[in-house]
Design a protein around this ligand. Structure first.
Ligand code: MN
Length: 269
């Protein structure tokens, strides 16, 4: 029995293997549709061509949860039995941001986080609500590279096999460019080319639509409505034209113009 005040050394309990060489890129894959989405399996499969891959994803869907983190209760992970073709996969009772924080905490020296492939685009102002993009943002906050992938919902489920070669091309472009940290990628149904774009911010498609439930009670859906065609060079425009859209993003929200004006006024007074 240890003496009072004695230091008890608790051995670190490492569940995940840590046997890769230093020059292998460590790629954490997450999403917001949940670990059972076919989109994350497709992304993880392509990622294995670039390095060592681990999947750490929410146990249930977290779409539109944005960059929420779980601070009021503990997080747990479980090894996931779903089929990732030999890739280690873990499901977490939290948000995409939680998955990235916990995943990179337990898997030291993670280099890059891929988030997606989301079923549904994340373009323009919808980026604010995106849990998919939040996974990539959380990576950048923690000093890693973060890349979000999304594709539209057509009549049925997206054909992820058909997107495979474009996801690989996009990953090659972004991973070999050290200038790029946070990147938002959207892939249309049948891509014809790749375009570098800016975020389309002129219109917002979030709208409250009233209706009635089967009991006749009034209810409200905060949903999306169709938008006017987008300006050329933007992410929405690229997808409308059938191009893959790659938008480099930043986390600094400072409005430089307004700050400059306020500071100049102060200097005059
Ligand atoms: Mn989603």
């Amino acid at each position: 029995m240890p003496r009072a005040g004695a230091i008890i050394v608790v051995p670190t309990f490492r569940v995940w293997n840590d046997n890769s060489s230093n020059d292998t890129m460590r790629i954490l894959v997450t999403n917001d549709d949940g670990i059972y989405s076919p989109g994350i399996a497709a992304l993880a499969r392509v990622a294995t061509r670039f390095g060592e891959v681990r999947v750490v994803a929410p146990d249930v869907e977290q779409s539109s949860m944005g960059h929420a983190i779980t601070a009021s209760r503990p997080l747990f992970y479980k090894k996931s039995p779903v089929n990732f073709e030999g890739i280690e996969a873990y499901r977490v009772n939290g948000t995409p941001a939680d998955c990235v924080a916990l995943g990179s905490h337990l898997w030291a020296k993670t280099d890059v986080v891929l988030s997606g492939i989301n079923i549904g685009t994340n373009l323009g102002n919808s980026m604010w609500h995106s849990g998919t993009l939040a996974g990539a943002k959380q990576a950048v906050l923690l000093g890693m590279k973060g890349i979000a992938f999304s594709t539209p919902t057509g009549k049925g489920e997206p054909d992820f096999k058909a997107l495979d070669s474009y996801v690989e091309r996009v990953l090659s472009l972004i991973l070999e460019n050290p200038e790029l940290n946070l990147v938002n990628v959207n892939l249309p149904e049948n891509p014809t080319d790749i375009k570098w774009t800016r975020q389309s911010v002129r219109q917002y498609d979030g709208k409250v639509v009233p209706g009635t439930d089967p009991m006749g009670r009034k209810h409200y859906w905060f949903t999306v409505v169709p938008l006017e065609p987008a300006e050329e060079g933007t992410d929405r425009w690229a997808i409308e034209q059938g191009y893959v859209s790659i938008t480099p993003l930043r986390l600094d929200l400072t409005n430089e113009n307004e700050l400059m004006k306020v500071l100049q006024k102060q200097a005059v007074v």
